[in-house]
Design a protein around this ligand. Structure first.
Ligand SMILES: [Ca+2]
Length: 196
């Protein structure tokens, strides 16, 4: 082989090797980035899932009462006409389907168990007859009821359910729409105030 040819062969080997090295490094870089993105996406999806799966554990306020936004609940057995979240009215629990439920967890400190007054902040436009928006309320082993009396208020208002029992520790309160009707049970928030 002539000297000139030798130089050309060596030059080609060096260039070829450099090119190969560059390709391997870039491929690794790309894989690392993809894995990081995948991990981040997975983490985000887990956070979203957790938000959907686990209702917030609601803590008492300074005066010992509980004020709970309806949109923080976990929705079960929702059909086409039930949702929890934003609407033109604000943020709410909207139960249109019979059997649709929304659930909340309430953490009652030791010594603060007992009788509480339950008030629900609901919506009515008066366009549906009495009973259309009826809902049953389950609180631990007890059962209460919201009897819908049609009111053309067209805004939020407070309805008193009455005295309910909270135990120390975690309580679960569930609101269930009684039947599939043209009018939903629409709740903005609810409040539990200790009865002394
Ligand atoms: Ca709300």
């Amino acid at each position: 082989m002539k000297r000139k040819h030798k130089i050309i062969v060596i030059w080609m080997i060096v260039v070829g090797f450099s090119l190969l090295t560059w390709l391997v490094i870039n491929k690794n870089k790309k894989t690392t980035t993809t894995n990081a993105t995948k991990a981040k996406n997975f983490q985000n999806s887990q956070e979203v899932n957790n938000k959907e799966q686990v209702p917030l554990l609601n803590q008492s306020q300074d005066d010992g009462s509980f004020y709970i936004e309806a949109e923080t609940g976990k929705l079960y057995k929702a059909g086409e006409y039930s949702h929890v979240g934003a609407s033109s009215r604000g943020a709410e629990a909207y139960l249109g389907d019979g059997g649709a439920t929304v659930s909340y967890l309430i953490n009652v400190p030791q010594g603060k168990e007992g009788e509480y007054d339950l008030k629900i902040k609901i919506f009515d436009d008066g366009k549906h007859p009495d009973g259309t928006r009826n809902a049953t309320i389950y609180l631990n082993d007890n059962q209460y009821h919201y009897n819908h009396i049609s009111k053309a208020i067209n805004n939020w208002f407070w309805e008193d359910i009455g005295s309910v029992k909270l135990k120390a520790g975690t309580n679960e309160i569930i609101f269930m729409k009684d039947a599939s009707t043209p009018g939903a049970f629409v709740m903005d928030a609810f409040k539990l105030t200790p009865i002394n």
